[in-house]
Structure formats: C-alpha cells, structure tokens
Design a protein around this ligand. Sequence first.
Ligand code: ATP
Ligand code: MG
Length: 438
Amino acid sequence: MAGILAIGMFLSQGIEDIGARANLIGVDFGSSFMKATLVRPGKKFAIVENTAAKRKTEAMVTLGKENRLFGADSLLASGKYPLTTFAELQRTFGEQFDAELVQKMKEHRFITNEIAADERGVVAWKVTSAGSGGEESGEELLHSEEVVAMLLQYVKMLAEKQAEASVRECVITVPSWFTYDQRLMIRDAAEQLAGLSVLQLVHENTAAAVLFGIDKVDKEAQNHTVLFYNMGGMDTEVAIVRYSHLNVSEKSKKLTPYIEILAEAHERDLGSKDLDLVLFDILADKFNALKEREGKPDLRTNPRATKRLLKEAAKIKEELSANKQASVKVPELLDYVTLQLTLERAEMEEKASELFARVTRPIEAALAKAGLSMDEIHQVELLGGGIRTPKVTELLEKALKVKELGVHLNGDEAMCFGSAFIGSNSTMNFKVAAVMLT
Ligand SMILES: Nc1ncnc2c1ncn2[C@@H]1O[C@H](COP(=O)(O)OP(=O)(O)OP(=O)(O)O)[C@@H](O)[C@H]1O
Ligand SMILES: [Mg+2]
C-alpha cells in the first residue's frame, strides 16, 4: 500500500464534530454477511441493526412478487424463489462469466440462478418475468453492480433510519484480491446506483488491524508483529502487520501508532461456505440413496430442493461446531420424501479433508512474502465466522505453535468498525488523533 495515510483515532467518549454534520457508515461487504457501523458526530460508533434487529444481514436479495427481500427474509424466500434470489454476490462480483472460478461455482451449485455474461463478459443475473397483467413476459439481465447496489441501498436505508438523518458517505471493505476493475465497479455500485459516496475501499484485514492498533497494542510497543487470520464465508485472508510508535511532533513527546501491513495472502476458494457444500453433498447423496428415491433424478437437478438442502447444510455445520453430532430433518424435501438422519462431525471432517489441508496455506504464503518465520510473529488474531469450526482452530494451533490464538476483537464486527474508523478521519468532519498506516 503506497504512501502514508493519516487516519483517525476516536476516543471512547465519542467524536468531536468540527465540520459539516455528515454521518457515514463503514460497510463490511462480505460474501455471507453485510455488516455496517454508523458514525455520527458526537456519538459513539454504533452497529447498524437490520429490520429484524440483527447486527448482521445475509448478503443476499430476493426479488419477490411485490417487493425486495433482504437478509433472513431473503434466505427464507430462497426456497420459494430460487431463480430470483441472488446470493454469492461478493464472490462473483465483477468476475468474468467464463472464469474457472465462476464455472466451478455453478457446477458446485453455489449458484442455482441463471447467470450470463453481460456486454463486458462479466457475470450478470438473468431474471425472467412471468408477464402477468397483459405485459410481455421477458428476460432481463441484472448487472453485478445493480444487485450489489440493492444491498448497499438497504444498508443506507437502515443507517438513515437509525441516525434519523441522511447518510451519504461510506468506507467499504473489499477482499485483498479485488482487481482494479472490481474496485471501480463497487464504487460505481455505491456512487452511481446506491447514492453513497465512497471515501475509501479498504481490505478487511487492514480495517481490523487498525482497530486492533487502537487499543489492543501496548501504547509504546515497537515492532510488535501480529498475524491476522480471517476465514470468512468464501475465502481466507491473512495479513501480517507490524505495530510501532513514532514521535512525529517536535512540540510534544506523544507517540503516534505506526501500522505497517507487511504482507497479505489469500486462499480464494477456502471459506466456511465450502464446508456447507461438503455437507450438502453428504446429505444429497444420502437422500438420493433412500429407497423411496430409487430410479428418481438426482436431488441436485431441482433448484428448490437444492436451495433448501444448502440452507440445512449451513445450519448443520454450525451445530457440528458445538456438538459431535447433529440431527438433520428436512420435511418433504422433494416429492413428499423427508430427509431425517443423524450426522457425525467425524464424517464431515473426513469428507472435507481437501479443504482442511489448505487451512494453513495462506499463512505460509504471507510469511514467505514478508520474509519472516513464525518465530517472529508475536501474536495471532483470528477473525471471521469460519474459525468457529473446531477443526480449523485445531489445525491452526498445531501449525502456529503460538501461546494463544487470539480473539481480542469481535471477529464478526472488527471489519466494519475498523472501516468506519478509517472513514471518520478521511472526511475532516471529526477531530481525531493520528495513526499512520502504510
Ligand atoms: N458456529 C459456526 N460454525 C461454523 N461456521 C460458522 C459458525 N458461525 C458462522 N459460521 C460461518 O461463517 C461464515 C460467515 O463468516 P463471515 O461473517 O466472516 O463471512 P463474510 O465476512 O461474509 O465472508 P468473506 O469475508 O469471505 O467475504 C458463514 O459461512 C457461516 O456459516
Ligand atoms: Mg469477512
């Protein structure tokens, strides 16, 4: 990352407003969830709650018969409207339609919608209208930006409701592997379509690292090196970050935190949702093997049953994080046949061995880029929902040989709070102490 960026430090009492009274949001645009933090002059940072009073919203949208559904409502409706429910938005955002990753996602049923290439060759979502009320039925292509803008608009609306005022500016997290074009496209989605002005795009781990530097690192620490490991829904990203403190003022002895991102690495197709797919396959195979299904087509050929079983797989995965076995029950999954069984965590772990074999790969890549060995890392901080899978932490513990795997930040919310923090300085609307970031 070029140059030094002065970013702000907010004090726990709140932020002093010295400029225009503009509110802003830090948005963590994840592949599974969208989370946002609201910054208002003179008030503490606050998470943006959705209409169901939840602190995170599933990053998906359903075009229902009469309205747009978001979050849990969209997830609930995905079985009924599989072809107009759009998920996997971040992983497909700005990707070329014929890219191997996209084709693999289709093949692996991450995408059950009809997708096509738009005029740029980028993934677009096909929507077929039924043609009710006399108008022609037809097919429409929704661009990647249009669908993501719907989500951003929703988040803006929630933030404005909470702020009881307009919210115009934002900082958005992006994966470290986003290309220049993908960055331009997300800016367009926010600025041209969702009515938000983008102050900055930041990497997820950078946002978390800034937050960490504010109050989790000793105020006089020099060369304190922290490895951030973030397993989200669709990827795993690692950043190695060094914290020092510099005296940049001739007048005062006050030290300013100095944060260097030494290296970043990622494993693009290693995320918690990949585990959902492993579980989905186990369950689909068991369903297909039922006596009642003899001679019947594979469940995977039915979009509605596929969506329902994917949803169950995600639920079962979380249960298997807490317990060694889980009860599966999907009533009348297909043709009035119910799926009911008990699944062992060990069976999932065995079937997911290819995924687990890659858990430590981005760590090795980041260490190599930074020219460091694990002995030179003082702390490891875990982020993202994927680290709740016991096998993941077990593998990390074995490989990292550090005293503790830290969870000092709220691994779900550090990214949106960090980006809100970065944004609070970029506008000059808030009086904030400096942190230097390179
Ligand atoms: N208890 C749990 N056990 C296993 N997985 C879990 C658990 N809780 C949440 N997850 C998984 O974590 C994932 C979401 O994590 P997170 O919120 O970090 O993703 P994201 O930020 O949206 O994705 P990304 O960073 O990849 O874009 C989901 O796939 C979810 O199923
Ligand atoms: Mg994430």
